[in-house]
Structures are given as C-alpha cells and as structure tokens.
Ligand binder design. Structure first.
Ligand code: ZN
Ligand code: ZN
Length: 257
C-alpha cells in the first residue's frame, strides 16, 4: 500500500536539490507534496527577497511552499515573510556548544548509508564524552525552543537527528526525560513532529511517546533527488501506530508567531 500522506519536506535546485521547481510541480500528481528548500542557502536563499521570489515562483506552479529554516543559524526573516509561506519547517544541522561548532554532516552521511558501510568516524569522541553529549542535548532544546516560540516553526524536521543518533542506540543516547521535554515543547505549541525518511528518525519509542502525548506529525521524505516511495516512513508509522488524522496536510495549523 502506498502512503498518501502529504510530504512536506522536499528540496529543489533552489537550494541543494537536483530537481527544478517545474519538475517538482509535476510530481505532485504521483503523490501529494510541497517544496521546502533550505534557508539560508549560500547565494541562493539569503534573505527575505530571495524567499519571497522562491515562494512566488513555486506557488505559481501550484506548489505548496515551505522552507527548511536552519535553527540556530538562519538570519531572521520578517514576520510577514514567514506568514506568507504555507508552512515552516525548522531543523538543526549544526550546533554551537560552549563556543565550539559541531557540524552534523558526517553523522548525516553515516545515517543515510553514504559512508560505504564504514563505522561512524566520530563514534569514539562522542561516546567518550558524556558531559559534551549532555550539553549538546540541552543546547538542542534551547535552539528548538527559540524556533518554536520566536521563529514560529510549524514542523520540527528530523527531530532527533544529531551526531548522537549515529552512535546506534537512540534510547541510550537520548534520555527519556529529554525526549519528553522535546515532545512537550512541540505538543504545547502545536508543532508537528516530522517522520523523516532520509535519516530514519525519530525511532519508534520516541514516536510512541509523542503519540501518547497527543502530538501532531508530518511526513518528510527530505529528498534532494527524484521522488521515491516512502518505504521507511510507512514502516515507522506502522511500528508506532501513528493515526493518519494526526498528520499535517500541507498547511499550518498553529497561529503564526
Ligand atoms: Zn535538514
Ligand atoms: Zn531537508
């Protein structure tokens, strides 16, 4: 059975994807999806003007238009720009902890199976440093809280994607009380928790906790290439028994900040 839930998280060549907006507009017939490129992205998505031009170009083609707002990093957008989008995904791709920047790229490549089966290169460093892991998790909550309360994100993209996810046992890496605080932050503010196909996060126990807490959810293939079936997503939804009516359908439900 193919999943017919709305896919909010899709990239195009307007940031780091390989597919044009016009081709993305055509694949909506295959299954319902929007478009949500990175903000900021190098010389392509730098400011309000770039975002509004993107919104115009994509909406003219009939696409629902969001952004993947880089939490903790993105230069602020005007409230009017954020409100004019159909939805806003917020996601963390790097984190500054005690003045040191920790990039997530290698962990991401590992989780996407792009390291040719090699082990996660930073495994030793992260598993040996419990205080650093704890600070990274606390900092994550701070940055997400800012995204929820000040940026007004509608969806938390790949919610448990950090280098700790690449250590192999998310129930060990993410203390239950941390998971519960992250979920509560989303539930209290009507922010949807994304089920992310590319990274395969969050894990089942997290999704079950979120369902029990009354969370909303959102599908995100996070594809940068051609549209592929949401195989992993369908399995994750089934394993955690997530009700389809709790999933967003291409538009925001919370009042924009
Ligand atoms: Zn992302
Ligand atoms: Zn993405």
């Amino acid at each position: 059975m193919s999943l017919r839930l709305f896919d909010h998280h899709i990239h195009s060549e307007r940031s780091d994807g390989t597919v044009s907006l016009a081709d993305r507009a055509r694949s909506v017939a295959v299954r319902p999806h929007g478009i949500s490129d990175h903000y900021p992205w190098r010389d392509k998505m730098r400011n309000d003007d770039d975002v509004l031009r993107y919104l115009d170009d994509a909406a003219t083609l009939g696409l629902r238009v969001g952004l993947e707002y880089d939490l903790g990093v993105a230069p602020p957008l005007l409230a009017s720009t954020r409100r004019s989008l159909h939805y806003l995904i917020g996601a963390v791709h790097q984190l500054q902890v005690d003045g040191v920047r920790y990039g997530y790229d290698v962990a991401g490549q590992f989780l996407k199976g792009r390291l040719g089966g090699k082990p996660f290169p930073d495994h030793e460093r992260w598993s040996a440093d419990e205080p650093l892991r704890r600070r990274l998790l606390e900092r994550t909550l701070e940055v997400v809280r800012e995204g929820v309360l000040e940026v007004g994100i509608d969806i938390l993209g790949h919610p448990t994607f950090t280098p700790l996810q690449a250590l192999g046992d998310p129930e060990a890496s993410y203390p239950v009380e941390w998971q519960e605080r992250l979920i509560e932050l989303c539930v209290a503010n009507d922010v949807a928790i994304e089920v992310n196909e590319s990274y395969g996060v969050p894990h089942t126990a997290f999704l079950v906790r979120a369902r029990r807490a009354g969370a909303r959810f959102s599908v995100g293939s996070d594809t940068h290439f051609a549209l592929r079936p949401l195989t992993k997503t369908a399995e994750m939804i089934a394993a955690a028994d997530l009700p389809h009516e709790r999933f967003l359908a291409g538009k925001r439900v919370r009042t924009p900040v």
